[in-house]
Design a protein around this ligand. Sequence first.
Ligand SMILES: NC(=O)c1ccc[n+]([C@@H]2O[C@H](COP(=O)([O-])OP(=O)(O)OC[C@H]3O[C@@H](n4cnc5c(N)ncnc54)[C@H](OP(=O)(O)O)[C@@H]3O)[C@@H](O)[C@H]2O)c1
Length: 243
Amino acid sequence: METIKNKTVLISGANRGIGKGLVQAALDKEVKKVYATCRDLDKMPDFNDQRVIQLKLDITDKKQIAKVASQAGDTQILINNAGVLNAGTILEGARDKIETDMNVNYYGTLNMMRAFAGILEKNAPSKIINITSIVAYSPLPSIAGYSASKAALLSATYSARIELAKKGVMVHAVNPGAIDTEMNKGIDWDMPSPLSVAKTILSSVESGELDIIPEEIGLGMYNAWKEEPSKLAKMFHNMYHGE
Ligand SMILES: NC(=O)c1ccc[n+]([C@@H]2O[C@H](COP(=O)([O-])OP(=O)(O)OC[C@H]3O[C@@H](n4cnc5c(N)ncnc54)[C@H](OP(=O)(O)O)[C@@H]3O)[C@@H](O)[C@H]2O)c1
């Protein structure tokens, strides 16, 4: 088991949801330091722990990323959690929302991987953990732009995994189904808490799992996809058409 104890971790979108859960879960795992980053530091919760260093970071802003990279040069585990979800279909969804999802989820995360690859190589053995989504495997048409951005991100994650394989940097993909966060506001499903999912993510990383499905809803979808990709497409067809 590869423990994350005593490691230095950087987490994007750490002010709420899964990111906030990941900060707490990392502290519970006795990490050395957490760079908890978010767009607006006024929104950052007080983690009440001296190991937490708060940094302002919008992952679409390359200047902010460069500054954070210079402040957090001892990062050993980069957790790319920040993301946005806009509803809309591929044919009728607002074009600017589709672009926003792509700019944050794909290009923003790409910015982070590119800025930190050298740092992680220098600090190896190290890790990148990208939070993608189960819809990276098969699109849900009501959130088509989001699905496309996460499929692109999963592809980039797999490319980086191979590119960094001999440089001591392990690249993990986390593909959740549904978690009880702002992103799923209004959805009436029985979803796990972000903290419980964050704990599962970090334990799975420690176990060396590269592709992590951290909760039951996602696991059901993933198993359907693994059995036969058209099975997950059919599930999403039925969900979209209310069948
Ligand atoms: N919840 C789920 O069921 C689920 C399922 C699959 C994947 N995911 C993924 O899990 C990750 C976390 O989502 P969540 O469920 O915790 O949702 P959330 O509560 O909406 O949190 C999203 C986080 O991303 C941050 N963010 C958005 N745009 C950003 C940017 N340009 N730069 C930096 N931070 C930015 C938000 O900051 P602000 O507060 O400033 O907006 C917030 O901290 C996302 O990548 C999401 O796609 C979630």
